[in-house]
Design a binder for this molecule. Structure first.
Ligand code: NAG
Ligand code: NAG
Ligand code: NAG
Ligand code: NAG
Length: 422
């Protein structure tokens, strides 16, 4: 293992030494993001963590333990209940899928009791449904839940995932003892995945784990990762959603401009359809994740989800904003009287605007916006058609540049609008 590790690091230093040349070349070509052709719009799919966490007890809880049965059931529902048609394509496994030890050849293996068919079998099944399979590993010595880490095995693990037919890797950052190992490990794995020749979306947590020690270099990160987590794990609570949004507004100067086709900021999973958010708070998560050009990875139980949550998650107009081909992330604009305004430039000179009521007391709040104050003053110049998309779709008609828009927003809710050039 030590030999392999050493030669691995030597390999990396060669590759990194050649990197500046490549970068100059990319600079000329104008490409900035990881060049694997993937995640040209934010990744959409389902990820088990927030809802199913690390449930290993298939004896007591056969329906919610981390097992091939869980993923097969979700795959079936993703197709039969319209999720795939709405764009949710990647069915992703998080931590706790592994057996506690590698096999005799040093390869990771799935827990044989919970995944009796193995990951290749599961990948075949998922592919037969027209979906893609995501998997999870860790840059350090162990995964966060204590399963085998990839440190010292990056090439073997990348090849194993490629051999199994995996389409996305979420690479966590637990049990990594130095900043240097963290950064080198994330870079090395990106190159190792590329060398397998298989197209694998690479989801990183590099800036999240780096931030306590160093300001992340996003120019660097976007050249290696398709999306990257910046902040804490999402929980099924309004407090958690508010913390993610407020972290994003505080740090937007650093992160918004880096996002684009091939590389996205990842504010973590959608928890819509679970237990912790009111209806208005679920609307807020959906609207703001669309504004932020966030990967839309649901973590919920597709076997038991309310029609209302399903309709929100499958809303075509909102998904179209999230997936807009211009690929520019939106940003926080201003707060007035406890009303927060966000906006996002879209293709065809359209804009999305989210108006969020920060109050958690009282009833619906009226807020009147001068149209000229939106979209750098040009969104509605000389005029535009406005459609409210959330909480319900309502055509608000033609607006002149000098006009105002009246909105009404429930406490902790959000109104999402689309403005189209007239
Ligand atoms: C993994 O553990 C070994 C042995 O304790 C240690 O030398 C190495 O630095 C660790 N690697 C990481 C990335 O923490
Ligand atoms: C590997 O990277 C090169 C450029 O760096 C790119 O052209 C190629 O498509 C990548 N291959 C895969 C499988 O990601
Ligand atoms: C960030 O990384 C890029 C690309 O590797 C490099 O050119 C740049 O100098 C780095 N910036 C800082 C502040 O280290
Ligand atoms: C932009 O406008 C063109 C022409 O009307 C249309 O075909 C295209 O679908 C529009 N793109 C988006 C993302 O709405």
């Amino acid at each position: 293992v030590t030999m392999k590790l050493w030669s691995g690091e030597l390999w990396l230093s060669y590759e990194l030494a050649l990197r500046p040349l490549t970068l100059v070349f990319w600079g000329i070509l104008g490409a900035r993001a990881l060049d694997n052709g993937l995640a040209r719009t934010p990744t959409m799919g389902w990820l088990h963590w927030e809802r199913f966490v690390c449930n290993l007890d298939c004896q007591e809880e056969p329906d919610s333990c981390i097992s091939e049965q869980l993923f097969m059931q979700m795959a079936e529902l993703m197709v039969s209940d319209g999720w795939k048609d709405a764009g949710y394509e990647y069915l992703c496994i998080d931590d706790c899928w592994m057996a506690p030890e590698r096999d005799s050849q040093g390869r990771l293996q799935a827990d044989p009791k919970r995944f009796p068919g193995g990951i290749r079998h599961l990948a075949n099944y998922v592919h037969s449904k027209g979906l893609k399979l995501g998997i999870y590993a860790d840059v350090g010595n162990k995964t966060c839940a204590g399963f085998p880490g990839s440190f010292g095995y990056y090439d073997i693990d990348a090849q194993t995932f490629a051999d199994w037919g995996v389409d996305l890797l979420k690479f966590d950052g637990c049990y990594c003892d130095s900043v240097k190992s963290l950064v080198n490990g994330y870079k090395y794995m990106s190159l190792a995945l590329n060398r397998t020749g298989r197209s694998i979306v690479y989801s990183c947590e590099w800036p999240l784990y780096l931030r306590p020690f160093h300001k992340p270099n996003y120019t660097d990160i976007q050249q290696y990762c398709n999306h990257w987590r910046n902040f804490d794990d999402v929980y099924d609570s309004w407090g958690s959603i508010k913390n993610i949004l407020s972290w994003t507004t505080t740090n937007q100067k650093e992160i918004v401009d880096v996002a684009g086709p091939g590389g996205w900021n990842d504010p973590d999973m959608l928890v819509i359809g679970n237990f912790g958010l009111s209806w208005d708070q679920q609307v807020t998560q959906m609207a703001l994740w669309a504004i932020m050009a966030a990967p839309l990875l649901m973590s919920n139980d597709l076997r038991q989800i309310s029609p209302q949550a399903k309709a929100l998650l499958q809303d075509k107009d909102v998904i179209a904003i999230n997936q807009d081909p211009l690929g520019k992330q939106g940003y926080y604009l201003r707060t007035e009287n406890s009303i927060e305004v966000w906006e996002r430039p879209l293709s065809n000179l359209s804009w999305a605007v989210a108006v969020r009521n920060l109050k958690e007391i009282g009833g619906p709040c009226s807020y009147t916006i001068k149209v000229a104050s939106l979209g750098l003053g040009v969104a509605c110049n000389p005029g535009c058609f406005v459609t409210q998309l959330l909480p319900q779709k309502i055509k608000l008609g033609f607006h002149e540049w000098t006009s105002t828009l009246k909105t009404q927003i429930n406490p902790s809710g959000t109104v999402l609008l689309r403005l189209e050039q007239a």
